[in-house]
Design a protein around this ligand. Sequence first.
Ligand code: FMN
Length: 430
Amino acid sequence: MKLPFAERAGLHVASANVPSPNFSHSDAIAGLWSLCRESALTLLQLKGRSLLPVVQGGMGVGVSAGGLAGAVARLGGVGTISSVDLRRLHPDLMQQTGHLLKEPYAAERINAANIEALKREIRRARALSEGQGVLAVNVMKALSQYEAYVRCALEEGVDAIVVGAGLPLDLPELAKDHPHTALIPILSDARGIQLLVRKWEKKGRLPDAIVIEHPRLAGGHLGAAKVADLQDPRFDFENVIPQAREFFRFAGIEGQVPLIAAGGISCLEDIQRLQALGAAGVQVGTAFAVTQECDAAPEFKRVLAQAGPQDVVEFISVAGLPARAVRTPWLEKYIRIESKLKAVAHVKKQCTMAFDCLAHCGLRDGVSSMGQFCIDQQLGHAYTGETDKGLFFRGAGKLPFGSRIASVQELMVWLLGSITLAALTPECIT
Ligand SMILES: Cc1cc2nc3c(=O)[nH]c(=O)nc-3n(C[C@H](O)[C@H](O)[C@H](O)COP(=O)(O)O)c2cc1C
């Protein structure tokens, strides 16, 4: 069987992830647009730009940095850098700050190193993207350095700022001098959407898109108050998307705020179903975390890829939000002793990592209703692939290629055209 669209999308170079000499980058982008047309998908419109309807979700710590975000943008999608603790990717910055603990200047120097790392990652992603697609920076509202990261990303001229883990009601003010930067909040239900849009309208700005992240399906921190709420049908895309669109009609802003559905999306049929419901695009996390271009260690990818939906577990993070991750030995043990740790929770003299990554941290602040571990330390172990110590965030869904680590290009071709390398004729695979 000959698959011209796959060929045009450059799949015959995807296995080695090396550009073929007679196959140009713009051919690959044109091929992916053709796949969208063939699959009856509409392109995502963001601030007047036409993009593949696939957003790569921001993933910290260090999972989606410049390498992954640049690779996704390069193919005409939305690539997202997670802004949190990026100094970990830069040996010189770690050498300057990794040992700091009790020094009075520790937090200041670590925060400065993280800003420097964010600038480097934005520039790396931009160079890799070759001017294609959209480059976004994800900032969690719950971070103590939220404002500093947003300002840095805006000054570096990123195309979009995406904010989750809290309501970014202040984002229009922070970005008032940057009207061309897309502002994209992450929310989970129609009530949150209505509240945020009403508040932003009063400030004279609408979201340029909204990511609707499903707490029953997504990886990382989840937009529900308690673990017991994760199954609530009010989060179902079948409810949130039509309700949000109805509100937009009522508010007179119909068609002005594209909706991007996130959580559990792994194939073309998912995207077609969500676009039929009224979504403009989808955001995908875990499947991008297990690509060759993902910035984390190979062991990190292996843990996520080899875990099935039955191996993921939900718990309360130190940020006070439910979270979803792979049930690794560390997490298994933590969950076993969680109630004992909570019973002895008390205010600490200082943060374990010396830079107060979260504005409110259950461990540092001694809040027994919140998690009792150092999230930066655990996510750092996962980033470097320490399987016995790390916290490996993962979504609840199946992965498109099982435990195989594919390239970003192959994932895009699969999501947009339902085509795998295995389905190609031998002459297509060089
Ligand atoms: C390893 C990992 C880390 C994540 N970190 C963040 C983050 O720092 N900020 C954020 O807004 N979302 C984060 N997410 C959520 C993703 O961006 C994405 O919305 C979600 O995982 C989509 O669900 P899926 O994994 O089923 O595709 C993370 C997800 C994973 C798997």
